[in-house]
Design a protein around this ligand. Structure first.
Ligand code: FAD
Length: 505
């Protein structure tokens, strides 16, 4: 598998994870099956490990290559401007639920780290939302008032240690940051003795029955009493219409050595262009983690521009900075800014999901793990109601969906081959869509001059793919599926690879 750029976390967490046997037959039976081994799936498994139930986890690719491996890993309940919005657009009680769930999430992560002595460079930090212009100060004041109403331990500060111009910030005390992959791999190691975890085990289909659920994979069918889907984007479109109710938003991250002394605190501003900054402190070195360049997935023609823009900000504000790694990733967003955590569909028993963390998935993943654990074990709580996935605004969601889909009816290639001497002129490292005898073909040429041709139609809901020059991937603008140059799936919701087009010599 050719993963897009590795993040700094991949390099620094190498060797921590115990190797996994990837060839095991998956015709198996579990009490609970968890689909997807990112931070949400493994935290849920962690909470179920002593339940006496037989728990299985299947991961489509390798642990650490979902969004969790590419995050900026701030663990906080400060999620942009949210609490004033929740009080006014939902209710005070619902705002309290949101806050409580995330507080419980932050506390759970801290507890897991402490109880297991996980070495993941965890550091307690205050989280800050800063104003990058004078008129944004009013928004901060409103949000701070919401903090007061909700009893959030927040405060206002006029100054920040940031090198760019700021106009004050609101902080929340005692939040945290860590190396997400050191944490994730450690969770996996702990779970080894408690449940069965399989990599390269993509779930293809979920089939609910009266008394159990069958999950089809490429290596067999798993029979489970209850199924929890933590696959980031829900991959089975038969239930819940999530493809109408979610979109993906992309951001870019740079890890850099700076000449300045690292500052304490984790910072983000409130309006575009977003610049999120914090330092990662470790025995090895202290690095600036800078993120930004947000845009809806598939909406940018040249993703290199986003890196360039972020690099410009870096060099202007941190003179002499040296880039160590850069990467990008996308997260699922809901239209009402509340994640979906609970039953996948109100008409199906024993099938659950968690998604839509809108780039605040550290606290949300742990909150989701608590809620999902409570649901499957029948434990009551007072913070899960606001996340119920069946809250639904079909008209609004459909309109958004149909206006954004770049769907295609015809003109693309089904099964066909292409003659070598009819291949187009493509530069090394370039990918493009060409017309071949009236049909579209996606062509990429690698550094050895070899060509790779695919049918550029997403295997999920048949949207037209575009080539991502920055990452060398084929990306779907509709729901965020991504494929490598050979058509292998890098990110769902797609569960099937792209059709490869044979090249005839
Ligand atoms: C640039 C960026 C920065 C961010 N920074 C922060 C931050 O500072 N703080 C914060 O709180 N949040 C942040 N987030 C959000 C956070 O990283 C994510 O919400 C979180 O990591 C999602 O975790 P997950 O376990 O739900 O998904 P993932 O980590 O993606 O895990 C899902 C897993 O499911 C697997 N899978 C998919 N389909 C299938 C299938 N069919 N069968 C089996 N397995 C499957 C995938 O391979 C993957 O490993 C950021 C997001 C982005 C994009």
């Amino acid at each position: 598998m050719e993963y897009p750029r590795k993040s700094y976390w991949h390099y620094t967490a190498e060797g921590i994870k115990i190797p996994i046997d990837k060839e095991v037959d998956l015709n198996k039976k579990f009490d609970i099956l968890i689909i997807g081994a990112g931070i949400t799936g493994l935290t849920t498994a962690y909470l179920l490990k002593d339940s006496g139930l037989k728990v299985g986890v299947i991961e489509a690719t390798e642990i650490g290559y979902g969004v969790t491996g590419y995050t900026t890993a701030k663990i906080t309940i400060q999620h942009d401007l949210i609490y004033d919005y929740l009080i006014n657009s939902f209710s005070f009680e619902e705002a309290q639920q949101y806050k409580k769930a995330n507080e419980e999430g932050v506390n759970l992560i801290k507890k897991i780290i402490e109880e297991n002595n996980i070495q993941c460079d965890f550091k307690e930090q205050d989280a800050f939302l800063y104003a990058a212009s004078e008129y944004e100060v009013r928004d901060l004041e409103r949000e701070l008032k919401a903090y007061e109403k909700l009893n959030i331990d927040g405060y206002y500060t006029e100054t920040t240690p940031l090198p760019n111009k700021t106009y004050g910030a609101i902080g929340i005390r005692n939040q945290g940051q860590f190396n997400p992959l050191k944490y994730l791999y450690s969770l996996y190691n702990i779970l080894q003795n408690h449940c069965e975890i399989y990599e390269n085990a993509r779930a293809l289909n979920i089939e609910p029955h009266n008394d159990h659920i069958d999950v089809e994979t490429e290596r067999g069918t798993i029979h489970a009493d209850k199924v929890i889907t933590t696959s980031h984007y829900p991959f089975d479109d038969s239930f819940g219409l999530y493809f109408l109710r979610l979109y993906q938003d992309k951001s870019y991250v740079i890890a850099a050595r700076t000449k300045e002394e690292p500052f304490e605190g984790m910072y983000i501003n409130i309006n575009d262009p977003i610049y999120s900054m914090r330092y990662q402190f470790s025995d090895r070195e202290n690095l600036l983690i800078l993120a930004g360049g947000n845009h809806r997935s598939g909406e940018k023609d040249d993703e290199n521009e986003s890196y360039e823009e972020l690099e410009k900000f870096l060099y202007e504000n941190f003179e002499g900075a040296e880039i160590v790694a850069k990467w990008s990733t996308q997260d699922c967003m809901t239209y009402d800014k509340i994640p979906y955590i609970g039953r996948y569909s109100s008409s199906i028993e024993n099938l659950y999901l968690a998604t839509g963390f809108k780039k605040w998935g550290m606290s949300h993943s742990a909150a989701a793990a608590l809620i999902l654990r409570n649901k499957v074990l029948g434990i009551k709580d007072d913070y899960s109601e606001i996340f119920i996935p069946s809250r639904f605004t079909p008209l609004q969601s459909s309109k958004e969906f149909f206006s954004s889909v770049k769907s295609i009816a015809g003109g693309f290639l089904n099964r066909l081959s292409i003659a070598y001497d009819e291949l187009p002129d493509v530069d090394i490292g370039e990918g493009k869509i060409i017309d071949y005898r009236g049909k579209k073909v996606g062509v990429y040429r690698n550094e050895n001059g070899d060509y790779f041709c695919i049918n550029p139609v997403c295997a999920h809901l048949k949207c037209a793919l575009s080539f991502n020059e920055a990452e060398k991937t084929w990306d779907c603008p509709c729901h965020g599926s991504r494929y490598d140059i050979k058509g292998n799936i890098l990110e769902g919701p797609a569960v099937h690879p792209l059709d490869r087009i044979k090249i005839k010599k």
